[in-house]
Design a protein around this ligand. Structure first.
Ligand code: 13P
Length: 258
């Protein structure tokens, strides 16, 4: 791991990223309708929404959504991948398969995978390596539980997630870190601005200079200004609010010009 202490450097070259994690939501017509609405917003913005925009639909919708978004400037990503390129892994999807569908990103180590599917940091590390092998940017999710924060262990937990989950070949271009406190996901609770700024600075000191660090956890159009206005926050990973095109687009408008 890199601990260069280069906090705040290269800020000018970090393009902000607002990513929608649709989780397990939507049938084909829902996904197509949401993608069309996003495409219309992008067209109205002249194809230049002011930040990089990414949607991560369920795997079943990647083809449909990718088709609607082709040429819109909105990127496509997966929500998980297997570490191996192919093989006897029933139900799994490889990073190569995501790339084949037009994905350029994949979310890895989301707390819903860590807690619902028992994914360890070591498992996540293998997936990150798989993503890089296929040319995808890995969005690595880290974050503490409420009990861990109350015990004063938040920084320690996030540090060990970073230390074990990030392969040695890391570069700022191949990695995005999403700080998602587990207790803030889908609860309407958000970390305080001071806690977000503090944890992002910790993450920055443990990742290559220029690595983008997103915040995730109940981001919505009302709190987006305060969160995305922080200089240490390079974007947002949005769950529930990304299922509404107007809300998702409104969040993007909170990215200040850098
Ligand atoms: P919510 O925005 O619904 O809290 O979800 C956050 C999240 O888990 C994004 O990956």
């Amino acid at each position: 791991m890199i601990g260069t202490g280069q906090r705040g450097r290269n800020m000018a070259i970090r393009t902000k990223l607002v990513a929608g994690n649709w989780k397990m939501n939507g049938l084909r017509e829902d996904g197509a309708a949401l993608a069309r609405a996003l495409r219309d917003h992008a067209a109205a913005a002249g194809g230049k929404p002011g930040c990089e925009v990414l949607v991560c639909p369920p795997a079943t919708l990647l083809s449909t959504v990718g088709g609607v978004l082709a040429g819109s400037g909105i990127a496509l990503g997966g929500q998980d991948c297997h570490a191996a390129p192919k093989g006897a892994y029933t139900g799994d999807i490889s990073a190569e398969m995501l790339a084949d569908l037009g994905c350029t990103y994949v979310i890895l180590g989301h707390s819903e995978r860590r807690h619902g599917h028992g994914e360890t940091n070591a498992v996540v590390r293998g997936k990150v390596a798989g993503a890089w092998r296929a040319g995808l940017v890995a969005i690595l999710c880290v974050g503490e539980t409420q009990a861990q924060r109350q015990a004063g262990e938040a920084v320690e937990i996030v540090s060990s997630q970073l230390a074990v989950s990030i392969p040695d070949a890391v570069t700022a271009a191949s990695l995005v870190v999403a700080y998602e406190p587990v207790w803030a996901i889908g609860t309407g609770l958000t970390a305080t601005i001071a806690d977000i700024a503090g944890m992002h600075a910790e993450i920055r000191s443990r990742t290559p200079p220029g690595t983008r660090i997103l915040y995730g956890g109940s981001v919505n159009p009302k709190n987006a200004d305060a969160i995305l206005g922080l200089p240490e926050v390079d974007g947002a990973l949005v769950g529930g609010a990304s299922l509404n095109a107007d809300d998702f687009w409104a969040i993007m408008q909170s990215c200040p010009a850098r």
